[in-house]
Design a protein around this ligand. Structure first.
Ligand code: GLV
Ligand code: GLV
Length: 323
């Protein structure tokens, strides 16, 4: 098919092959780095389709530069990196990759829950540094997981997958969301207002998309409502948490700890966070398994090809452009 596509960074197969088969001109950034906004704008000009990543800032200026383009297929479930309103105005389809990263992200959420409560990374550092003094009745005590209350903020697919795993740990479940979730209800979870969830949970886990409404949802006030023995877990998006307020809460012992996979200003961290021993810090690995990334690549590729072939992409986030 005549047409030009652009892939913003090297990604796993099969996405690139699917795209290559669909266009006669596939260009890609062969360097394993995020393009600057100017570079991105230049690269997308004249393209019919773009496969982009959550690290690409696809703002109105980039979309304007891509005028006439049919689709930006984002290889992520989150699409806060794309100005969807501007895309819709310009008639550009935007898609994401939901579903395929649900289980991997839920698994990693559990790695953080267990890891922060039982001080797994700290313990590993003790061993490597030769600081293990021998078993001691007071040595490196942490928090319990089994039987503790898990509060899920945002009742989407990932929250449901996290809740399913919690049954094995006999945890009472709370959730907060605008609408009831039949899946969470079926698992015995109780839907409660946010302040009640914050006050009653031993683990507060975030599963909301980033939007104007959820930015700094967890601020100093929300942290102040949590139990001092509770842990905050974030595998959603960094800006959902006021990271500077979190550092203060971790330093003062306002909460017991935090397990984080995402940050407000990636790849940077708020000042002081790295010095908090009660924070377990991962570098945005939620979907980082071989099979999950391949599935995300395939879905992004399929969305892109559908748009080029004039079919409605399966994972359209701005359906208003289609109708
Ligand atoms: C990962 O953060 C994603 O949104 O896919
Ligand atoms: C993401 O897939 C979610 O709905 O939580």
């Amino acid at each position: 098919m005549p047409g030009r596509a652009f892939i913003t960074q090297p990604i796993p197969e099969p996405g690139p092959t699917l795209v290559r088969q669909a266009v006669d001109d596939l260009r890609s950034n062969s360097e394993d780095r995020v393009l600057s906004r100017a570079e991105l704008g230049e690269a997308v000009a004249g393209c019919d389709a773009v496969l982009c990543l959550l690290t690409d800032t696809v703002d109105a200026s980039v979309l304007e530069a891509a005028k006439g383009c049919r689709i930006f297929a984002n290889m992520a479930v989150g699409f806060n990196n794309v100005d969807v309103a501007a895309a819709s105005r310009l008639g550009i389809l935007v898609t994401n990759t939901p579903g395929v990263l649900t289980e991997a992200t839920a698994d990693l959420t559990w790695a953080l829950i267990l890891g922060v409560a039982r001080r797994v990374a700290e313990g590993d550092s003790e061993m490597r540094a030769g600081r293990f003094p021998g078993w001691g009745p007071l040595y490196m005590l942490g928090g319990d997981v089994t039987g503790k209350t898990l509060g899920l903020i945002g009742p989407g697919r990932i929250a449901v997958a996290v809740a399913r795993r919690a049954l094995g740990f006999a945890m009472p479940l709370l959730y907060h969301g605008r609408r009831p979730s039949p899946e969470l209800d079926a698992l015995g979870a109780r839907r409660v207002p946010l302040n009640e969830l914050l006050a009653e949970s031993d683990f507060v886990s975030l599963h909301v998309p980033l939007s104007g409404e959820t930015r700094h949802l967890i601020d100093a006030k929300a942290l102040g409502q949590m139990k001092s023995s509770a842990y905050l877990i974030n595998t959603a998006r960094g800006p959902v948490v006021d990271e500077a307020a979190l550092v203060s809460a971790l330093k003062s012992g306002r909460i017991a700890g935090a397990g984080l996979d995402v940050y407000e200003d990636e790849p940077r961290m708020a000042e002081g966070l790295a010095d908090c021993p009660n924070a377990l810090l991962l570098p945005h690995l939620g979907s980082a398994t071989h099979a999950t990334r391949a599935a995300m690549s395939r879905i992004a590729g399929e969305n892109l090809v559908a748009a080029l072939e004039g079919r409605r992409p399966p994972n359209l986030v701005n359906p208003e452009v289609w109708s």
